[in-house]
Write a protein that binds this ligand. Structure first.
Ligand code: ADP
Ligand code: MG
Length: 139
């Protein structure tokens, strides 16, 4: 059965370029409801923990260095079948391959700096949501 929540992040480059507002607008347009949200910055240790599943990948150092390089926005979004709905909405991992009109196509700058994160499963959406938010921060 499909879940109705996903954990998303607006990544450091997109924040730095001033894309928080436009991306929040897309989130509203896409019919995603905000359940939790915060503006924060990951330490390198936190970024390594968040992306531990990728620790054996060659880009792990680049990814965790980048994700701890500046502030991010983290949010839990709600929609029917949220994980898949968000991943379809943001487009392919590589912005160059993302469909026209998707968030990664519009606001991503490279494969690594691809504007936004999205959970890849309901199970990970729960784990990632717990990483950022306590029960009193979710509405
Ligand atoms: P997604 O974010 O689409 O789920 P992955 O889980 O495969 O993609 O990778 C996590 C993140 O790691 C990507 O969003 C991207 O920022 C970065 N990344 C993935 N592949 C590469 C790569 N080959 N080189 C550099 N960074 C990468
Ligand atoms: Mg992933």
């Amino acid at each position: 059965m499909n879940g109705n929540k996903t954990l998303i992040m607006i990544k450091p480059t997109a924040v730095r370029k001033g894309y928080i507002g436009p991306i929040m607008g897309k989130i509203a347009e896409g019919g995603f409801k905000i359940k939790a949200m915060k503006y924060t910055r990951l330490s390198l240790e936190q970024a390594k923990a968040f992306y531990a599943v990728h620790s054996e990948r060659p880009f792990y150092g680049e990814l965790t260095g980048f994700m701890s390089s500046g502030p991010i926005v983290a949010a839990i979004l709600e929609k029917e079948n949220a994980v898949e709905a968000w991943r379809n909405f943001i487009g392919a991992t590589n912005p160059a391959e993302a469909a026209e009109g998707t968030i990664r196509k519009l606001y991503g700058t490279s494969l690594g700096e691809n504007a936004v994160h999205g959970s890849d499963s309901d199970e990970n959406a729960g784990i990632e949501g717990d990483f950022f938010f306590s029960a009193t921060e979710i509405f």
